[in-house]
Design a protein around this ligand. Structure first.
Ligand SMILES: *[C@@H]1O[C@H](CO)[C@@H](O)[C@H](O)[C@H]1NC(C)=O
Ligand SMILES: *[C@@H]1O[C@H](CO)[C@@H](O)[C@H](O)[C@H]1NC(C)=O
Ligand SMILES: *[C@@H]1O[C@H](CO)[C@@H](O)[C@H](O)[C@H]1NC(C)=O
Ligand SMILES: *[C@@H]1O[C@H](CO)[C@@H](O)[C@H](O)[C@H]1NC(C)=O
Length: 276
């Protein structure tokens, strides 16, 4: 979003200086009158929607499906015109059925409080929620609607913890639930060993764990990322809570791996055999 703003501001500056040279002062004054207020007010819905469609179309370029305009319309339908604290996760049911996550068996990775490292390590071999179509289009974005308005807003929206049923949190809960429900084969979860409760019942990963089913999933390997100061390891109590929630037909494995080892370990793209 910031990049887009910077981009268009730069483009506008370029345009402005070019016009001034060609047409002189009158046009520059006109541009100040017309363009500046437009910059200040912004067309937020327009920018957000354009970014959404652009990212979506880039991903679906080859398959051509799902139709990104339909995906946008299913997305928007979840929160537009609603109080931004009254968007439950079910509001996204239609979106999820329009663009369901495509599972990559034996290569699915979950994470909790290790987002950056999990994405660094998963790179070309593993699939996280943020690598799915909806996940990658919406990662890092903020959006909400307002009662009585048909617009999408990207500022003035409730924060992650401000209210439970906010549009962003409900999307990630609903999307992750589906991503976890279709998870298959041997899977991995990267947890943070630098905190006291690596498995937190308040996390989205805790919701995901309840969706794992031995009909599809064979094993869950927890990678406990440790640092110089190890706060929690594989014996931590919170992991017992995880195992209690886990379908007993799924094999549970826990490995302690240092952060520096993970930072330097990269899968060989062809085989994708784990490097931890
Ligand atoms: C683990 O959590 C701490 C505290 O929130 C954070 O500083 C650290 O970056 C996290 N570790 C990883 C690997 O993400
Ligand atoms: C999955 O893990 C099991 C051991 O838990 C192993 O025997 C099997 O080969 C693994 N499958 C794949 C596709 O990696
Ligand atoms: C794991 O943590 C426990 C409790 O802090 C500690 O007693 C134990 O030695 C640790 N185990 C390993 C393998 O580091
Ligand atoms: C392990 O988990 C409990 C909570 O489940 C937490 O209070 C504790 O600090 C954690 N770490 C160690 C090293 O015991």
């Amino acid at each position: 979003m910031d990049q887009d703003l910077g981009e268009s501001r730069r483009a506008r500056r370029r345009r402005r200086s070019r016009s001034a040279v060609i047409c002189g002062c009158a046009v520059a004054v006109l541009l100040l009158v017309v363009v500046v207020p437009a910059v200040l007010l912004g067309n937020r819905t327009g920018t957000f929607k354009a970014t959404f469609l652009e990212k979506c179309e880039k991903i679906t370029a080859e398959s051509g499906s799902p139709d990104c305009v339909k995906v946008w319309s299913a997305f928007e339908q979840a929160y537009v015109g609603r109080d931004p604290c009254e968007v439950p996760m079910e509001a996204y049911d239609h979106l999820i059925s329009t663009a369901p996550p495509q599972p990559a068996c034996n290569r699915m990775m979950f994470w909790s409080k290790t987002k950056d490292l999990a994405h660094l390590v998963s790179d070309s071999c593993y699939q996280t929620m943020e690598d799915t179509l909806l996940g990658s289009v919406l990662d890092g974005q903020t959006w909400c609607g307002k009662k009585g308005s048909s617009n999408t807003y990207t500022s003035g929206c409730p924060g992650w913890t401000e209210c439970e049923n906010n549009p962003v949190k409900s999307f990630w809960k609903r999307g992750s639930t589906e991503f976890a429900a279709v998870a298959c084969g041997n899977t991995t979860a990267m947890l943070n060993g630098s905190i006291a409760t690596p498995f937190s019942s308040a996390s989205i990963f805790a919701i995901e764990v309840t969706q794992f089913t031995s009909d599809r999933m064979r094993s869950l390997t927890v990678i406990m990322v440790t640092n110089d100061v190890v706060v929690s390891n594989c014996t931590n109590e919170s992991l017992k809570d995880l195992q209690k929630e886990l379908d007993p037909g799924i094999r549970y494995i826990c490995k302690e791996v240092t952060e520096s080892a993970l930072n330097t370990c990269r899968e060989v793209p062809d085989t994708c055999a784990p490097c931890w």
